[in-house]
Design a protein around this ligand. Structure first.
Ligand SMILES: CC(C)(COP(=O)(O)OP(=O)(O)OC[C@H]1O[C@@H](n2cnc3c(N)ncnc32)[C@H](O)[C@@H]1OP(=O)(O)O)[C@@H](O)C(=O)NCCC(=O)NCCS
Length: 429
C-alpha cells in the first residue's frame, strides 16, 4: 500500500488547507436555494454535498477526476480506484504496488462462509453480500483504533479498512454466486490475475475467449462511482459521517443499492428484454416494439433502463457497453433487442412527455451482456454492481475522513411549516 498511501499522505495537507481557506474566505456565499417542490422531490438539484471523486453533469454523464468515463473504459478498476482517491492514474509501479497489496488481502475469512451457509436458502444475494460485509466488521482497524487515533489519522484507518474490503469483495461476491445458485464450492482467489479478471475466474463460468473477463473489468470500471448524491453514495456518506467504520458505511450504501430504482434496475431491464424476445419469438418489428412500450407505460410501469435523475443524454457508460457488445456479441438476439429498444423507446418516452430524460442509462444494457456470457441469474446483478461501487464508496469515505467532514445533519421542516411559509413571496417565487 506504500505508493497509494504515500501519495495520499502527500496530498492531504493541501486538500485540508484548500478547504479551510475556501470556507474562511467564502463560507457565507450562497450556492443553492431550495424550493418547496425540491423539498418534496428528493432534494433533486439541491447543492449541499461535496464529492471530489467524480461529477455527473446532465450533458456529459460521469466524469472521474476530470476524465470522461469513455476515456477510462480500457483502464483496470484498480487504476480507477487509484484515480478516484488521488486524482491521478497510477504509473506502472504504483499500479503493481496496489495490485500486490490487494492480492495479499484477498483471502476471504472462513467465518464468512460459515455465516453465509447458515443463511436461509431464499435469502437474496444482496442480503448475503451485505451480511458478509457486516460480519467482517469485526476486522475493522478504524473501530479498533478509534479511541487512540488523532482525527488527522482517521483517513489512514479508513484506507486500511477500505483496502481490506475491496480486496475481498470479489471473492465474497463470487462465493455467494456459487453457494446461492448451487454451482459448487467457492473458488479460491488466483494471485496471477488482476482484480476484475480474478472475480470473473472465481465465478467459475466458462470463458474460452477471455471476453467475459474483459466484460467484468469494464463492468467494474464503469460502475465504480457516480458522484456523491446518489442513494448508495449518500447513504454511505451519511453513515460514515457518524464515524461508523467503513464496513458499516459501505453496508449502508449497499442496502440503498438493493432498491428497484437504483441497483436493481438492470435486472428489471433484462427481464423487459427477455419478455419481449419470448412474446415475439425473437426480435419484434419496430412497430410491435413501439406498441409494447406504450402498453407498458399505459399500465403504469416505467421502461426500465431509461431515464435518469441527472443525465439528459445517453449515458456514456451505455455507449461503452454498447461498443463492447458490438464487438463481442453483435449476433446475439439479446444484443439485437437492446439495440432495437434504443432505436424506439426514446421516441416513445419523448411522445409521452413525462420523463425528463428519454435516453438509456447504463442498466439498459449491462444485464444483457452478462446474460450473453452465461451469467443468467438476474437477482445476482446488483451484487456485481455492489462490488464495483465499493470502489467509489470507499474512495469517498477515505477523502471525507481526511477532510474531517462533519456529521451529516440537514434541517428537516414540517409540512405545516411549509404551508405557513408558502405565503411569503420569497418562498413562493
Ligand atoms: C431513473 C429514474 C428513477 C429517475 O427518476 P426521476 O428523476 O424522478 O425522473 P423524472 O424527473 O424524469 O420523472 C418524471 C416522470 O417521468 C417518469 N419517468 C421517468 N423515467 C421513466 C421511464 N423510464 N419510463 C416511464 N416513465 C418514466 C417518472 O416516473 C415521473 O412520472 P410521475 O411524474 O408520474 O411520477 C426514472 O427515470 C426511472 O424510474 N427509470 C426507470 C428505472 C431505471 O432505469 N433506474 C436506473 C437508474 S440509473
Amino acid at each position: 500500500m506504500a505508493k497509494l498511501h504515500d501519495r495520499l499522505a502527500s496530498q492531504i495537507p493541501a486538500l485540508r488547507d484548500g478547504m479551510h481557506a475556501l470556507v474562511k474566505e467564502h463560507g457565507n456565499k450562497v450556492i443553492s436555494e431550495v424550493t418547496i417542490a425540491q423539498t418534496f422531490g428528493g432534494m433533486r438539484g439541491v447543492k449541499g454535498l461535496i464529492c471530489d471523486t467524480s461529477v455527473v453533469e446532465p450533458d456529459t454523464g460521469l466524469v472521474i477526476r476530470n476524465i470522461p468515463i469513455a476515456q477510462l473504459a480500457n483502464k483496470l478498476p484498480e487504476e480507477v480506484f487509484y484515480l478516484l482517491l488521488t486524482g491521478e492514474l497510477p504509473d506502472a509501479e504504483a499500479l503493481a504496488d496496489l495490485q500486490g497489496d490487494l492480492r495479499q488481502r484477498a483471502q476471504v475469512p472462513d467465518y464468512v462462509w460459515t455465516v453465509l451457509r447458515a443463511m436461509p436458502e431464499d435469502s437474496h444475494p444482496m442480503t448475503m453480500f451485505n451480511t458478509a460485509i457486516l460480519v467482517m466488521e469485526r476486522e475493522s482497524i478504524f473501530r479498533k483504533k478509534y479511541e487512540q487515533m488523532h482525527k488527522e489519522e482517521y483517513w489512514e484507518a479508513a484506507l486500511e479498512d477500505s483496502l481490506q474490503l475491496i480486496a475481498k469483495l470479489p471473492g465474497v461476491a463470487a462465493g455467494i454466486y456459487r453457494l446461492h445458485y448451487k454451482k459448487g464450492e467457492p473458488i479460491a482467489t488466483n494471485p496471477q490475475l488482476d482484480w476484475g479478471e480474478d472475480y470473473a475466474a472465481m465465478l467459475g463460468l466458462p470463458d474460452p475467449s477471455g471476453e467475459f473477463a474483459n466484460l467484468m473489468r469494464l463492468y467494474m470500471t464503469l460502475h465504480s462511482d457516480h458522484e456523491g448524491g446518489n442513494v448508495s453514495a449518500f447513504s454511505c456518506h451519511t453513515v460514515g459521517s457518524a464515524l461508523s467504520d467503513p464496513y458499516y458505511a459501505v453496508s449502508a450504501g449497499m442496502n440503498g443499492l438493493a432498491g428497484p430504482l437504483h441497483g436493481l434496475a438492470n435486472q428489471e431491464c433484462l427481464a423487459f428484454v427477455l419478455e419481449m424476445l419470448e412474446k415475439f419469438k425473437g426480435v419484434p418489428t419496430d412497430e410491435q416494439l413501439r406498441q409494447y412500450s406504450w402498453d407498458r407505460l399505459k399500465s403504469g410501469h416505467v421502461i426500465p433502463g431509461y431515464g435518469h435523475a441527472v443525465l439528459r443524454v445517453t449515458d456514456p457508460r451505455f455507449n461503452a457497453f454498447h461498443d463492447f457488445g458490438a464487438r463481442a456479441c453483435a449476433g446475439d438476439n439479446i444484443f439485437k433487442m437492446v439495440d432495437a429498444i434504443f432505436r424506439i423507446v426514446p421516441g416513445v418516452l419523448k411522445d409521452q412527455g413525462k420523463a425528463k430524460d428519454p435516453w438509456p442509462n447504463v442498466d439498459a444494457i449491462s444485464g444483457s451482456l452478462l446474460y450473453h456470457f452465461g451469467l443468467t441469474e438476474f437477482d445476482y446483478y446488483t451484487v456485481l454492481f455492489g462490488v464495483s461501487r465499493g470502489l467509489g464508496l470507499c474512495a469517498q469515505l477515505v477523502i471525507n475522513r481526511a477532510l474531517g467532514t462533519p456529521i451529516t445533519r440537514p434541517k428537516s421542516v414540517s409540512t405545516e411549516w411549509l404551508r405557513s411559509q408558502s405565503k411569503s413571496d420569497r418562498l413562493a417565487a
